[in-house]
Design a protein around this ligand. Structure first.
Ligand code: ATP
Length: 657
């Protein structure tokens, strides 16, 4: 069922596409909301767009989520308040709950490095490998788009971090450029000595445009950031063989459907409205300045200069927040031994204007025109995306109105999936912004569904570079894996040793104890035997004496008396010995019991050792399976690198040096 409303209905909202992730259209009882939220949250990953759809990330501005929003790592559930526009169809007492899925959600406490590492860092590898990348930040005014993309002095955003990362990864750039990309980026021009010098002069001229203290402040900010980032690992490409490299930056602004160069000094003059041109299906801004930079600091100074010009321009039109779309572009040229062996890739960072509804802001006059223009370009962006998504779903070709706005015209290739494109949606969780946030989320739901081609690297040479970065990463992974394995083995050894030591000590003690027991037992047994012999002797003696007494009884009573006392004495001795024997036997029995106890202890210890041994074997099996998983992943990485296609002939034909 297509719930998409007519596009002309822009008085209410410029983003009207029906989000397929609406879960409770028609409302639900408020008591059930909490339980339902939990169910929705539990359905993680199931509805996460496919891997080849546009990657859409959500960054939530710092603030309380309250009862309105519930989230996990990629699902946001919105519990629409009753007084909101989005809840207008609900019956009394009912509330609508909606669910949106993202490639990843960055919660309010996420840091700038969190976003950079997850979103930009992997794309920088692609960029170095010849893939064109575009990153858009989208959101309502004040939701943190500029904070995310540019950041502040203390919390540098994605662009400054990317500059530092790119220049740290690549080998040192020459101070003077040799080759310059054409504005379309599909051709390059070898510079004469004087042209190269001119480019360097342009850079220094621009850098001197800012006053000394501002320049000093930016240098300090950049150095502080460099210091902070110096502890983070970077895969560096130290040896690129005969490749010569160059990085060029540009900074453009689309304001009220006019395109301006932010690196053009304004000084009160009317800014030139630049034209969009098309060459071989690539749309570019004609006459947009491209500045050669040989370090991250130079690139950062240029970025700041552009932002300063943006501020000046916006103040002159009395604008309070970014009412324009700003596009900062990094272009990387890589030239091999022959001039035909050339590759240009770009990385666009686009900070889209804040979306807002004219009805809510009560804009009039110029503000209304400005607002309508922004809304119109965002509306066209949304329409293009939604038409592409619908065409993809129906598997049919449709004419997408890219030419209806400068923004979509410029990013047509990226939006069509011919370049790598990602979007960071910024969201302010405050309740006042709820309706605005819902429009932004609707937009993101459309973007997320667009299928993009897998971006392939342009050149084998660059693939090798990537391979090198990859192999450096792989070497690092290998090293870490080795360390982990050896640590695990060490740990295992130590465990075994301690068990062995334990076992040895125990068995030694048990052996010694048993030996001691055996000795004592033997000694007692000898003693018992001895006593028994003595008792036997005494019995014999008693018998002999009794016979003698009986024989002498009749003849001599005195002898009998003597004999009687003798027998009595012998009997007493016998009783004593029997008593002694009984005690010995008792002691012997208790010793036997102790021996039994020690033997039991020995059995327990042996069982415990066997248990520990099996535990270690299962841990070892786990390690082996983890190692196998790592190997499979590495094989996949190697496969990806191996399957990188060669540069098509049409690309190389384009080179005009
Ligand atoms: N995650 C965050 N942490 C701390 N402060 C933030 C964060 N996000 C935004 N801010 C602050 O909120 C304010 C508005 O942010 P920002 O200017 O980036 O919004 P924006 O979306 O670019 O707005 P606009 O479209 O009007 O330009 C700034 O003062 C910024 O420092």
């Amino acid at each position: 069922m297509n719930m998409e409303p007519p596009v002309r209905d822009i008085k209410i909202s410029y983003l009207r596409a029906r989000d397929p992730s609406i879960m409770a259209w028609g409302g639900m009882n408020i008591e059930n909301v909490k339980c339902n939220l939990q169910n929705m949250m539990n359905e993680t990953h199931q509805e996460n767009g496919s891997d080849n759809s546009i990657q859409v990330y959500l960054r939530i501005k710092n603030g309380e989520l309250g009862d309105l929003y519930h989230m996990n790592s990629n699902i946001l559930v919105c519990n629409i308040p009753q007084n909101c526009h989005a809840n207008r169809h609900a019956k009394d007492g009912q509330r609508i709950t909606r669910k949106f899925t993202f490639s990843r959600i960055f919660p309010p406490d996420s840091t700038q490095p969190d976003i950079f590492n997850a979103v930009v860092k992997p794309r920088i590898f692609n960029f170095i490998n010849g893939v064109n990348c575009t990153l858009l930040t989208y959101g309502a005014s004040g939701s943190g788009k500029t904070f995310t993309i540019v950041g502040s002095g203390t919390e540098p955003g994605l662009i400054p971090r990317a500059l530092e990362y790119v220049f740290k990864t690549l080998p040192k750039m020459p101070v003077v450029p040799e080759i310059k990309p054409t504005p379309s980026g599909i051709k390059c021009k070898r510079l004469t000595h004087s042209q190269s010098q001119e480019e360097v002069d342009i850079l220094y001229h621009l850098m001197n445009d800012s006053n000394a203290s501002t320049k000093q402040m930016h240098t300090k900010t950049y150095h502080t950031m460099q210091q902070r980032l110096s502890t983070e690992p970077v895969a560096t490409l130290e040896d690129v063989g005969s490749l010569s490299l160059g990085i060029w930056v540009s900074f453009a602004e689309i304001y009220n459907e006019q395109v301006f160069d932010l690196l053009q000094t304004v000084n009160g003059k009317v800014r030139k409205n630049l034209k969009l041109c098309n060459n071989n299906g690539i749309t570019f801004i004609k006459e947009l300045k491209q500045i050669y930079v040989s370090s991250g600091l130079e690139a950062y100074q240029i970025l700041q200069l552009g932002l300063q010009n943006l501020k000046y321009a916006s103040t002159s039109v009395n604008s309070h927040s970014s009412r324009s779309h700003c596009i900062f572009t990094l272009k990387l040229i890589q030239v091999g031994e022959s001039d035909n062996d050339i590759c240009v890739s770009h990385f666009n960072f686009c900070d889209l204007a804040g979306s807002e509804r004219s009805k809510k802001t009560n804009n009039v006059g110029d503000r209304l025109k400005e607002s309508n223009n922004i809304n119109n370009s965002l509306l066209v962006l949304s329409r293009c995306m939604s038409m592409m998504r619908n065409a993809q779903r129906a598997n049919e070709k449709k004419l997408v109105p890219f030419r209806e706005s400068k923004l979509t015209q410029l990013f047509q290739r990226a939006l069509c999936g011919q370049e790598d494109i990602a979007m960071i949606v910024n969201m302010n969780p405050i309740p006042d912004m709820f309706d605005e946030t819902m429009h932004v989320l609707n937009f993101s739901a459309i973007a997320k569904d667009i299928i993009v081609e897998q971006q392939l690297t342009k050149k084998d040479r660059l693939s090798r570079n990537m391979e090198k970065i990859n192999s450096e990463e792989i070497v690092e992974i290998e090293r870490l894996r080795d360390t982990v394995s050896s640590l695990i083995l060490e740990l295992q050894d130590e465990k075994m040793k301690s068990i062995e030591t334990d076992k040895e000590t125990r068995s030694y003690l048990i052996k010694e104890f048993s030996k001691m027991m055996d000795d004592i037992k033997e000694e007692y047994e000898n003693k018992i035997e001895n006593y028994e012999c003595q008792i036997e002797d005494l019995n014999e003696e008693c018998g002999r004496l009794s016979k003698k007494r009986r024989r002498s009884e009749a003849a001599n009573t005195s002898i009998i008396c003597l004999d009687n006392s003798d027998v009595g004495h012998q009997n007493l001795e016998l009783i004593n010995l029997q008593h002694e024997l009984k005690k010995m036997k008792e002691k012997n029995a208790s010793l036997e019991e102790r021996v039994k106890y020690v033997e039991e202890e020995l059995r327990d210890a042996t069982a415990e050792i066997a248990e520990k041994k099996s535990e270690i074997s299962s841990q070892a099996a786990q390690i082996i399976s983890m190692n196998e998983e790592i190997s499979t992943l590495e094989a996949l990485v190697r496969n990806n690198v191996a399957t990188t296609p060669e540069l098509s002939e049409s690309d190389t034909d384009d080179v005009d040096l």
